[in-house]
Structure formats: C-alpha cells, structure tokens
Design a binder for this molecule. Structure first.
Ligand code: CP
Length: 343
C-alpha cells in the first residue's frame, strides 16, 4: 500500500479539471498507482479502499467508456458510482429558475466523497462554458471535482493515453514523436480529448506535431501551454496543414475529428454546418499509406471512432492499434485518482 499512502498524502481532496494544473510528479504517481492497480486488479489489494463511499457521475452528455469505467472503478474499490443527469434535478439555467450551483454543490458534498462532471458539445452555448461550470462546482464543493470531459479538457483520457504510450513505447517518452492529426468525420467532436493529448504528450517530453486543415485551429491558450511544455523539455513542436507530412517519423498517431472555432453561433452548436464543412476534406483520413511514413507508428484514439472517416478499419483494428488498451486504462487511472483523492 506504499504507493497508495504516498498518493493519498500528496493528493487527498484534489480536483482534476486539467492535467496541466498538476505537477509532473503528481501525474507520475497516479500513473504508477494505476499500473499497480492493473497488476493487482483481482488480488484484493485495493478492494476496500472506498468501502461504503459514493462517487457522483453527473452527465449532461452520453458516454460509453467514461460511465462504464467509473462504475466499474467504484465497484472494484468497494464503493458505488451513482449516475446523475440534469433532467432529474431542478437546477437553475440561463432560461429557467432553479437551484444554484453553489447550493447543489454544497448539498452534494454532504453525500458523496467525490464527483465527476461531463458537459460539452451541444450542451454548452459557447466554447469554454462547460469548463466554467466545472470550475464553479469545484469552487463551491467540499469534495474533489473532476472533469469526465468538458469542452476544453478530458484529463482521465490524457492519463489513459499516456499510460498506453508508456506501455508500448517505453516509460521514457522523450524523443518520441507524437502526431495529433485532424480527421474528417460526421461527429462534430469537442476539443477536450485532443487538447489533453497534446498537453500530456508535451509534458512527457515528446516531440509534438499537430496537423489540421486551415481553419481548424485549437484553443490558442492551450497551444501556448503545449509549446511551453515542449520548450521546457527541449522537444520540438510543429503545426502543419498537410494531411500526410506530419506522419513522417511518427512513433504514435492520434487521429480524431474536431470542430472548427466557428462551431458555436448565437449560443448554439452548428452541428449540421460543421459536419458538412468537415466532410469536404476526404484526404484527412488516417490510412495505411500515411502510417507507412511513420516509425512503425502506433495508432491511438480515445473512442468512439468514426471508422471509415477519421481512420480506416485496417489501421483502427491493425496490429499497431492500441485503442482497446487505452480504453481499459481509463478504468485504472480513474481508480488511482479516486483512491488517492476521495476521503
Ligand atoms: N473516450 C471517452 O470519453 O469515451 P465516452 O465518450 O464513451 O465516455
């Protein structure tokens, strides 16, 4: 239990809204604990860590991986994860009267030992609004608040990606090249997963190349942090608007669709227009021909995958794909976080 005791001493009560808010050694500790939890999954070592404790999962948007993995995580630690959605509460919104975030957060803190929130895409009126709501909950709660994906960040996904890359490329990722490439597709994705990937890859010393068509820039503040991370680690950062070039020498390719900065107009996500625009770039699909330019590159993706649009089936299901390992890692990193932060 040494790792867990160390993690609890360092991290008890900590919110996790973005990995960039945490020190590198704190992230390392979560990843080390996650690896031990994976190894000891059925031995009973961690079965009672959160006995009789409840974790609230507050979902504005749907999910496969996040909901199921948090439920399993709580069960495997001896506790319980409870599903909440805004439709079951009387919360105040811009359009309706109801309970304030402050009151809801303070009351929920009296019941559960931790809470995660997911809010993004069509459930926010503009980019950043989901992130602001999480910060408001974190401000008023007496329990640790974590992002289960908001419009800016997806910290558990970034941790799971990193755990997967360390397993397949070695613990020291310095000097390895990560390509984060836009993929055309019909799902109009939020920026949270890709921004978190760029933050973690740069934090762990990787050379980072971001590839996207003109007009698909990510959050300039986040890209600034990625550049700073690369500078501090003496690694390289590049942006290209060519579909193929970024693959050259890549050790890992992360191909994913994301919406453009013009996605929100008058308080609404323009999903149909975004999809029509994205489908005008058929060259932007991760395929075997492009992957051949890499350095025996791994393929990764946070899932769900828009197969045949973001990536071809032969790459997504190919020998170098680590998508299922990364999806499994969500369970281990979340168990580690919950065990370390929840009283
Ligand atoms: N990667 C991820 O968060 O998947 P879900 O949207 O299914 O939770």
């Amino acid at each position: 239990m040494e790792l867990l005791e160390k993690a609890r001493a360092m991290l008890m009560g900590r919110d996790l809204l973005c990995t960039q808010d945490w020190k590198k050694e704190e992230l390392d500790l979560i990843l080390d604990l996650a690896r031990d939890m994976q190894k000891e999954r059925w031995t009973g070592k961690y079965f009672d860590v959160l006995k009789n404790r409840t974790y609230f999962m507050f979902f504005y948007n749907p999910s496969v991986r996040t909901r199921q993995s948090f439920e399993c995580a709580a069960t495997e630690l001896g506790g319980h994860a409870q599903f909440l959605e805004p439709g079951t509460m009387r919360l105040k919104t811009a359009k309706t009267a109801g309970e304030t975030v402050e009151d809801a957060a303070k009351v929920m803190s009296r019941y559960a030992a931790g809470m995660g929130i997911r809010i993004l895409e069509d459930k926010v009126p503009e980019y950043g609004a989901g992130w602001s709501l999480l910060k408001e909950y974190a401000l008023h709660s007496d329990i640790p608040i974590s992002s289960m994906a908001d419009d800016r960040f997806h910290p558990f996904q970034g941790l799971a990606d990193t755990m997967g890359m360390q397993k397949h490329l070695g613990m020291n990722l310095k000097g390895k090249k990560a390509l984060l490439t836009w993929g055309h597709g019909a799902l109009c994705r939020s920026w949270c997963s890709v921004q978190e990937f760029a933050l973690m890859a740069s934090r762990y010393g990787m050379d980072v190349t971001i590839a996207h068509p003109e007009g698909y820039d990510l959050d300039p503040e986040v890209i600034g942090w990625v550049k700073d991370n690369c500078k501090k680690n003496g690694s390289e950062f590049a942006i290209t608007h060519e579909a193929e070039e970024g693959y050259n020498g890549a050790h890992v390719v992360y191909a994913r669709n994301w919406m453009s900065p013009q996605a929100y107009v008058n308080g609404e996500l323009q999903k149909k227009a975004e999809i029509e625009k994205a489908l005008k770039f058929p060259k932007w699909i991760c395929c075997e021909d492009y992957m051949k330019r890499g350095n025996n590159a791994l393929f990764t993706h946070p899932m769900p995958i828009d197969r045949g649009q973001e990536v071809t089936d032969d790459v997504a299901s190919g020998k170098r794909s680590i998508i299922y390992d990364v999806a499994e890692n969500r369970l281990h990193v979340q168990k580690a976080y919950m065990a370390a932060t929840m009283k």
